[in-house]
Design a protein around this ligand. Sequence first.
Ligand code: FEO
Length: 185
Amino acid sequence: METGKIIFKIRRTRKMLNPRLEKELNEQINAEYWSAYLYLSMAAYFENKNLPGFANWMKVQYQEEISHVLKFFNYVNERGGRVLLKPINAVKTEWEDETEVFEDTLIHERKVTGLINNLTNISLEEKDHATHNMLQWYVAEQVEEESGVDEILQQLKMLEGNKHGLLMLDRELKQRTFIDETIKQ
Ligand code: FEO
């Protein structure tokens, strides 16, 4: 048998990932990609409003979501599963103001937390301890995500549209840099 055929046969037989989880993890890859797309749309909104700090914060958020996609992507492959990419749905492009953007962000992150919790429940139902263990990283990450977004949202609410305060916050948000937290585990 040729080497290529042998490798192909080994790959076909080393599948360790539960099919239900494989499907759900593929759904989550799509959801994380949609998140990235949403945050890039928010970044574009802020760029257009001449708020480079807010735009920077959203671009870092975009990069984080891509890293979340890749962590799932690598995990599915590591377990001998198959990643199947689906179309990314359209995202919102206009908001009333900065506060509405962060309200939407918090609503979205809470929704993602629900998806991660659901995936975690499925991993327990299927007794897939490796996937359950991998998901704990996302469970912890969602706590940080929600808390970070809520902090900015509360600050925006306190400003009540004050332009000077808004520019100060913009300057602060410009400091955010991307750190790939997925490689720390
Ligand atoms: Fe990947 Fe913001 O959750």
